[in-house]
Write a protein that binds this ligand. Structure first.
Ligand SMILES: CC(C)NC(=O)[C@H](Cc1c[nH]c2ccccc12)NC(=O)[C@H](CCCC/N=C(/NCCC(=O)O)S[C@H]1O[C@H](COP(=O)(O)OP(=O)(O)OC[C@H]2O[C@@H](n3cnc4c(N)ncnc43)[C@H](O)[C@@H]2O)[C@@H](O)[C@H]1O)NC(=O)OCc1ccccc1
Length: 234
């Protein structure tokens, strides 16, 4: 399948993972002292874990939410926000990250496929609301005022990621698929490069280390996102 020469790239899909926020001081998942270091994934990021020990899970996400106040977007986030402002064609930035650094950098055409730390989901009224503070304190739902029904607005393992239809449509129409700072270990995100290639897109990876999907990329640039992404956007 011939991939698209650089000059006529109109529609871009960009996928980011924990690696793009590493230089801002946000822990990655699988790196040394990664998030999963202290916790078994299934103990904190599954609906079963939440049913079993909601307080432990709430505290895990309250901790990560509180840490957001101490971190800032880095040059990689800022470069993607600039690209979003100036790119005339279609562009969709799909992030697996639940931090708000892309949002704070100014990215607009942005989709959090695994949810957001700064959002609460009320299981009583079904509404989602912006949320700051500690959910372990059982606060009332900002929409229905009922207590004790809030859960983190996060996609846990075994749960369907958000806006998959919109993502699949963008992958089918993109000319260029770019992956930044992800290990390619978690599906369905890890399968996006193959979908994009299937539809004839050119594929580029920028990562500190080779990822599980590196062989599927036309081009892989190894290094820090904070160095590689601003150069790529220029
Ligand atoms: C472990 C894995 C094998 N398991 C899965 O993939 C499962 C099961 C599964 C589904 N399909 C499969 C097919 C095969 C095998 C398994 C499955 N997937 C699911 O359960 C998904 C839901 C998965 C989402 C779970 N929630 C997350 N996050 C929110 C929670 C939270 O944050 O607490 S996943 C979470 O882990 C993943 C972590 O990966 P990365 O972000 O890549 O981070 P990591 O630390 O691994 O790597 C960092 C990378 O950055 C690089 N790096 C580091 N520093 C830098 C730097 N400075 N610059 C550049 N790069 C850098 C490093 O080299 C490294 O490569 C992210 O997705 C992140 O969001 N749901 C689902 O399948 O539902 C049904 C379904 C789906 C579709 C259609 C119908 C039904």
């Amino acid at each position: 399948m011939r991939s698209v020469p650089v000059e006529n790239i109109n529609n871009i899909v960009i996928l980011t993972g924990a690696g793009i926020s590493a230089e801002s001081g946000v822990a990655t998942f699988r790196g040394p002292d990664g998030l999963w270091e202290g916790h078994r994934v299934e103990d904190v990021a599954t609906p079963e874990a939440f049913a079993r020990d909601p307080d432990m899970v709430q505290k895990f996400y309250d901790e990560r939410r509180a840490k957001l106040d101490a971190v800032q977007p880095n040059p990689a986030h800022q470069a993607l926000a600039e690209l979003d402002q100036k790119w005339p064609g279609d562009l969709l930035l799909v992030t697996q990250n639940v931090d708000d650094l892309h949002d704070r950098a100014g990215s607009q055409r942005l989709l959090h496929m695994h949810g957001e730390l700064r959002s609460a989901w009320c299981l009583a009224c079904g509404e989602r609301s912006p949320f700051a503070g500690k959910m372990a304190l059982d606060p009332a739902c900002p929409k229905c005022d009922q207590f004790g029904h809030l859960r983190p607005d996060i996609v846990w393992f075994g749960e369907m990621p958000y806006q998959m239809e919109r993502i699949e449509l963008a992958l089918a129409q993109c000319d260029l698929f770019v992956s930044i700072g992800t290990s390619g270990a978690v599906y369905p995100a890890a399968g996006f490069v193959q979908s994009a290639r299937h539809y004839g897109a050119r594929t580029l990876e920028m990562n500190l280390d080779p990822s599980e999907g590196s062989l599927y990329f036309h081009e892989s640039r190894m290094g820090k996102a904070g160095d590689l992404v601003p150069v790529w956007v220029e």
